[in-house]
Design a protein around this ligand. Structure first.
Ligand SMILES: [Zn+2]
Ligand SMILES: [Zn+2]
Length: 393
């Protein structure tokens, strides 16, 4: 019962560590830039280790262990267990336990980083305070039964300290400047990885777009995806949390999904889970439509005024245009679903390669034309709602 009494109390080791490291990093960077000659080696090492630590969090802690969005070979898991510890974000088991609760109870008091408690709470203060589930690992028994995760959990501090001291010191020794390497590839890199990851819990639950769902605070932010190896597409992620991708389109910056695909290609990962495109587009379509209906209701008064201003013919034309666009999308989505099912069946039935390829191409084309029709429809909706907004009425 002592745990319950401690809820809300400060975890001093975390608090001191998380407040001192950014101050030290800024001071060390300023001192180093002002007094030491510039060298590329520590900067390059810092960037490389930023990717190594950051992508161990995104591709492994998050997508592999917390969400089980793919399966990986024991070698990959063991490597990630070591490199992930270098991010200094706790063991896989504890990270995943918090994260699974975040998804399950998002935006409530049971969400460990509930964004409704403010930017700084969800960014960093939650790590410095004992939450109501502090120490409760009942939701990660699968990971505790995994020998690699259990080993990393037992030896987490030894692994993280060893990595974060040995790697920068060795690199510094090899390049002839240990201090610069410790400052840039050690201290500053750890702080940058911390705060970019933390922005997913704070910023990505406050600012950005919500194309897939507004039932929780998660938002998409393309620039944050650049800093977090793809995790910025957080609205998509909360809508489809088991998908191994966070950036769904091929052009969305998501190096974590590319790494997972490459691992699959070389046989180190398998069973990648991906939400079918027709489901994703359907969700986006329905979300847009329900938001549009909400806008219409909210602007009910304006609607009355608008009707007086615009001729009945113009209203009808616009309304019909919108409805027919919706019908077209709806039909096309159903068509894509059928095409996709046929393509999957052809794969299962071992149809000739050419047939499968042309079916896949048909799916791609259908998907592309739906995406075009949807963006046209979204523009039309925004024109429609804009024209009804009180300031135009
Ligand atoms: Zn989230
Ligand atoms: Zn997640």
């Amino acid at each position: 019962m002592s745990e319950t009494n401690e809820t809300g109390s400060i975890i001093w080791t975390n608090a001191i560590f998380l407040f001192i490291t950014p101050v030290l990093a800024v001071a060390a960077a300023a001192w180093h830039i002002a007094t030491q000659p510039f060298a590329w080696a520590p900067i390059i090492a810092a960037i490389v280790l930023y990717f190594v630590a950051g992508m161990s969090i995104t591709a492994a802690y998050h997508r592999l262990f917390s969400h089980r969005s793919y399966k990986a070979s024991p070698v990959v898991k063991a490597i990630f267990a070591v490199t992930g510890a270098s991010a200094w974000q706790n063991s896989i088991v504890e990270w995943a336990s918090d994260h699974r609760r975040h998804h399950l109870y998002v935006d409530t008091d049971d969400d460990p980083y509930n964004a409704h408690r403010g930017f700084w709470y969800s960014h960093i203060l939650w790590i410095c305070t004992r939450g109501r589930y502090h120490g409760d690992l009942t939701n990660v028994e699968d990971l505790l039964n995994d020998p690699i995760c259990a080993w990393q959990h037992r030896h987490y501090w030894k692994i993280s300290i060893a990595f974060n001291v040995l790697v920068p010191v060795t690199l510094g020794w090899l390049t002839g400047d240990i201090l610069s390497m410790v400052i840039w590839a050690g201290l500053i890199r750890v702080v940058v990885v911390h705060h970019t990851t933390f922005l997913i819990n704070s910023w990505a639950h406050m600012f950005g777009s919500q194309p897939y769902s507004d039932h929780n605070t998660a938002r998409d932010s393309w620039w944050l995806a650049f800093l977090t190896h793809g995790e910025g597409y957080h609205n998509y992620h909360h809508a489809f949390e088991t998908d191994y991708r966070n950036g769904r389109s091929w052009y969305d910056w998501d190096p974590s999904k590319w790494l997972i695909s490459v691992m699959e290609w070389v046989g180190l990962a398998r069973d990648l889970r991906r939400v079918p495109d027709d489901m994703v587009l359907r969700r986006r379509f329905e979300e847009g439509r329900s938001r549009f209906v909400d806008d219409l209701e909210e602007w009910g008064q304006a609607w009355e005024a608008w009707k007086d201003e615009v001729t009945a013919g113009a209203q009808d034309a616009l309304g019909k245009h919108l409805l027919s666009a919706e019908e077209r999308i709806d039909t096309a989505l159903r068509d894509l679903r059928k095409k996709r099912a046929a393509w999957q069946k052809a794969i299962r039935d071992n149809q000739p390669r050419d047939t499968i390829r042309s079916m896949r191409k048909a799916c791609r084309n259908a998907q592309r034309s739906i995406a075009d029709a949807m963006s046209e429809w979204e523009t039309m909706m925004s024109q429609y709602t804009l024209s009804m907004h009180p300031q135009f009425a």
